[in-house]
Design a protein. Structure first.
Length: 154
């Protein structure tokens, strides 16, 4: 009886260890980033392996100011479109989260959040190429100059 409990425990531990690499792979497809009231992201680079078919990014606004005064979003695009997406989003305004509706340059984006709020986006990587040149930025007016970073896929 004691032997079979030990054997079962060992078997359960071995099964858990065998599944552990798969759990880590799933975690690699989930990212978090924070923005503050000083117009700064806490990360200047994010990366996911090319094995991620979908990525979930969660944006946390760690500041206290409301979104009307210091809102933040997270927008992913090709690096060549960095800045231009935010510029064209100015005319879209707050009601459209400072993004032109249907902007084909945008791979993924969150909504704009204010202090103490969080938001997430889950997106497919099907249109992305491993090793491609991707970046992210906040499109709230004036923020893209400071709130940007590289996104590595692959």
């Amino acid at each position: 009886m004691v032997f079979s409990r030990i054997a079962l425990g060992t078997l359960a531990l071995a099964a858990g260890l065998a599944l552990a690499p798969h759990a880590r792979a799933a975690d690699a497809c989930q990212l978090e980033i924070s923005g503050n009231d000083q117009m700064q992201f806490d990360k200047h680079e994010l990366s996911v392996p090319a094995t991620c078919k979908e990525v979930t990014l969660t944006l946390h606004h760690t500041g206290k100011l409301p979104k009307e005064a210091m809102g933040h979003d997270w927008v992913l695009m090709s690096t060549s479109d960095l800045g231009a997406v935010a510029q064209s989003g100015l005319s879209a305004g707050a009601s459209k989260d400072y993004l032109e509706p249907g902007d084909k340059r945008v791979i993924a984006h969150t909504k704009v959040v204010g202090g103490g709020e969080s938001t997430s986006v889950t997106f497919s990587t099907a249109s992305m190429k491993p090793g491609g040149d991707y970046s992210y930025e906040c499109t709230f007016p004036g923020h893209s100059a400071l709130m940007k970073g590289k996104f590595k896929f692959g």
